[in-house]
Design a protein. Structure first.
Ligand code: PRP
Ligand code: GUN
Length: 180
């Protein structure tokens, strides 16, 4: 079993990199059809989504697609603080645009619903949500996800952009914490 140690915890591979590549490719293909002619603006929610956004955007062929970034943070160690801090905003005008929020993971749903709240006054034409990973059993907010790469169990994971106290974002595979 492939494992990795990050700080004080051990993790085992739970999703190989190729499986994630495949779901991102499928998502890009679907978006290329759905979003044709919409001049979409993708918003990558940093930090965790940097790798997903990069992998996805390389496969987006929609004309006039654009990407921008905002930075939010709510996790401390392995748990949500329940509060979403905005650390960096964007300057693009969302009015009458098709906006696609890019998340690495929707867990409790607190971050994504908070993001929707933050941008609602910008009067976008529509706001779609795309997430690489989704934990349905952890969701405590009512939110519609338009594109979901993969549903996963309610365990703490790292890799593919996701961190444990800043560590492990660079790992191409996804790893699940080994409970002590
Ligand atoms: O659905 P939720 O329970 O809100 O969890 C999802 C959020 O948690 C992670 O962000 P985090 O706050 O860890 O910041 P990071 O992206 O900088 O790692 C992840 O990138 C999502 O944005
Ligand atoms: N690293 C990491 N960040 C998260 N944010 C929400 N859920 C998770 C998770 O399982 N792992």
């Amino acid at each position: 079993m492939k494992t990795v140690k990050l700080l004080d915890r051990e993790f085992r591979v739970s999703i190989p990199s190729e499986d994630i590549d495949n779901v991102i490719a499928e998502m890009a293909e679907k978006m290329n059809k759905d979003l044709a002619g919409t001049n979409p603006l993708f918003i990558c929610i940093l930090n965790g989504s940097f790798m997903f956004a990069s992998d996805l955007m390389k496969q987006i062929t929609v004309e006039n697609a654009q990407i921008t970034f905002m930075r939010l943070s709510s996790y401390d160690g392995m748990g949500t603080t329940g509060k979403v801090k905005k650390l960096m905003g964007f300057t693009e005008d969302l009015k009458d645009r098709t906006v696609v929020l890019l998340e690495d993971i929707v867990d409790t749903g607190i971050t994504i619903t908070n993001t929707l709240e933050q941008i609602k006054d910008y009067e976008a034409k529509e706001v779609l949500i795309a997430t690489m990973l989704f934990k349905p059993d952890a969701l405590i907010r009512d939110v519609k996800l338009n594109y979901v790469g993969m549903e996963i169990p309610n365990d703490f994971i790292v890799g593919r952009g996701l961190d444990y106290d800043g560590m492990g974002r660079n790992l191409p595979d996804v790893y699940t914490v080994i409970e002590k």
